[in-house]
Design a protein around this ligand. Sequence first.
Ligand SMILES: [Zn+2]
Ligand SMILES: [Zn+2]
Length: 353
Amino acid sequence: MVSEPMNNIVCPKCGKSTTKLFHGRCKECFLENFTLAEIAPVMHAKLCPTCGARNVKNKWVDHGSLEEIVIRTVEDALFVHEMAEDIEVYIEPRAQTPYLYKVHIEVDALLLDEMFHQELKTEVRVIRESCDMCSRISGGYFEAILQIRATNRIPSDEEKQECINIAGSVLERLINKGDRLAFISSSLELKEGTDLYVGSSNAARHICKEITSHLGGSFSESASLQGMKDGKDIYRITFSLRLPEFMPQDIIDHKGRIIEIRKFSKNVTGIDVETGARFTATPEEINGATLIAKRKDLPKTMLVAIENEDLMVLDPDTYETVTVRKPVMFSADPGTEIPVVKTEKGLLAIADL
Ligand SMILES: [Zn+2]
Ligand SMILES: [Zn+2]
């Protein structure tokens, strides 16, 4: 049998009978002297002046403007009664100096079916201190060296710049995920390529994966013992990144076929310059091919006439008229200049891109 709610509880403070006690009092007595919200009169916020990170309980975390950081510091420290519902907090920081904020806080909440409003004041003192990441960067800290190289050649300035751009976007993504070692503390230009000094080997690995998926090539990693710190072995990881031997728009001799490379990643695709046929191979299959020329370095010569499938062009060296086969994709008009390549098979005209 279910009994009716008891009606005969007596409030120990006022002596009235009630149905329910809150913290040992009737509702009226409870609400008389409860505090909806509380905050310390003075707080400190640690902020990195270089990157804007904020220190929370000895950990450097989120970034933001000074005002956002003041607001978050107040939010973290604000105590609102655990029985309150539908809580709305309004925080208004007012800068007194760049180091001192006076903060006005309003809290609205529902408690025992009644709306409560409370206003509070606090002061946030901002302490500027270099964060773990920034002090490591300025100290030249690194865990990994990423060596950007190319197979059987020297990477071009454009390729190196593209690698650095890719690294930048990978690092940004990792930093947004909270990886505070995702940084490059320095880079070194060498004759054979570029070395990047990276804060964590995890970040370096992500960069290598991203670069090889965009530009082709491969990478390997090796660890070397650097010494001990706090009883632990300290390793430095070297990532050796090799960009592919050939780049798009390289014209190569592959077993006697003249191929213009169009894409070089997990697979190599290109155009047979003589026949216009599509070419595909794996990077391993074209090992041993030789570079004839890059499209941008090809000599240009006068296109004298077009006759059916033949082009009459001037030989760029002898200025004699020669007949060459018209490429499959070709749109130039007689009287204009077109790129040609000199091969063991004679002069060849190059198709449109
Ligand atoms: Zn009472
Ligand atoms: Zn910082």
